[in-house]
Design a protein around this ligand. Structure first.
Ligand code: SAH
Length: 350
């Protein structure tokens, strides 16, 4: 197992043979531990209203160029039905920050309806992942009781100083940690993650991020390159990252896979956006989840967290992954095997 010094050196290395060796080694560990199955999460970006002002994000509250939208319940259910017919058994509902009880109640009803309509046809129904930001314990519990069972909340950087440079003072590091702990306590499969190549970020930060993920004992990880958005203030900083966002993301995926072999990890849209080989390389490096965007095209230009966000059709994803020896699994939830191990239960993925 690599120690902290090795990991820092690897992240700093510019040697492409070293990158290749890391990916090849990880790929063989991965095939042994979790095989070559790839699971799908249909991503539905249902609203871009947000009361937060994350300094990197294109849909931040202060960006007045964004036309705000919120899908209605019928529209979301129609997307779910069509996703179900295409073989999706898991979806991820994502939005800007929800900020009122009324909105939580609205989302709770949607989660219940999704479970109702989908469990009519098959016992388990559709698996629901949520990614709607920082809420309080009661609100998370409500969504869990309604039937959501996975939750993604990236820490963005586990380094408090760097976190504070990415967020306004009202958005507190401690709050995010509290949220992650609440989600775990309730019983969710919990995912977090970071952006890579952030201004001021270095290999030590990322090494500590890996330690943070292990200490939190996460079930899922989402890591992607930071891609500047010209309407977000972070794009105007003079500070640069010394790390190449693309290759460093691949290294982080590979390192995370060898340190946490049974977690679920996504080949993120940002990784696919930054390089034409991003999907294939992300999977080879250790990712086992892909999240095709199911948001209707008419909303997509208003959900640009970063510019030039890529959308790849499911068939293209499947054929690209088949070329490198991976199979996209339909009709399965594809839960995190780590979650079941952590709770001492059998993993239904087999
Ligand atoms: N409101 C939700 C969803 C946020 S968007 C939440 O707070 O969890 C989902 C993720 O997109 C963020 O966690 C962030 O890591 C990523 N993201 C946002 N802006 C980005 C950018 N400019 N480049 C790369 N990733 C970005």
């Amino acid at each position: 197992m690599k120690d902290r010094g090795n990991i820092i050196d690897l992240l700093n290395s510019k040697d492409s043979d070293e990158l290749k060796a890391l990916i090849d080694d990880t790929e063989s560990i991965r095939r042994q531990k979790i095989g070559s199955k790839i699971y799908l999460r249909g991503l539905i970006e249902f609203s871009n209203y947000c009361d937060r002002d994350c300094l990197y994000c294109g849909v931040r509250n202060s960006n007045s160029r964004v036309v705000r939208y919120k899908m209605d319940q019928n529209e979301i259910i129609a997307i779910i039905k069509s996703a179900y017919q295409q073989g999706y058994r898991s979806v991820c509902l994502q939005s800007g920050e929800l900020d009122s009880t009324a909105q939580i109640n609205w989302l709770t009803d949607i989660v219940k309806s999704i479970k109702d309509i989908s469990s009519g046809t098959d016992k388990q129904g559709i698996g629901i992942t949520l990614c709607v930001g920082e809420l309080n314990y009661r609100q998370y519990l409500k969504l869990w009781e309604a039937g959501a069972h996975r939750y993604l909340l990236r820490i963005e950087s586990s380094d408090r100083d760097l976190f504070n440079k990415l967020h306004p003072p009202a958005q507190r590091y401690e709050k995010r940690i509290e949220c992650l702990e609440a989600l775990k306590d309730i019983g969710f499969q919990v995912g977090t993650g970071v952006m890579i190549g952030l201004p001021g970020q270095n290999a030590e930060h990322l090494t500590r991020d890996l330690e943070f993920f292990q200490a939190l004992d996460v079930d899922m990880l989402g890591m992607g390159p930071y891609i500047p958005h010209s309407d977000a203030p972070l794009s105007r900083t003079k500070v640069r990252s010394i790390l190449d966002p693309y290759t460093t993301t691949l290294k982080m995926i590979a390192l995370a896979r060898s340190l946490m072999p049974e977690i679920n990890m996504v080949a993120s849209t940002a990784l696919q956006t930054i390089d034409p080989q991003g999907l294939k390389m992300g999977i080879k490096a250790g990712a086992n989840i892909v999240m095709p965007v199911l948001t209707p095209p008419r909303y997509r230009d208003q959900y640009l967290l970063y510019k030039e966000k890529k959308h790849t059709a499911l068939q293209t994803i499947e054929s690209e992954l088949e070329e490198i020896g991976y199979q996209v699994k339909h009709d399965q939830w594809g839960d995190s095997a780590h979650y079941f191990r952590r709770l001492g239960r059998d993993c239904p993925n087999g």
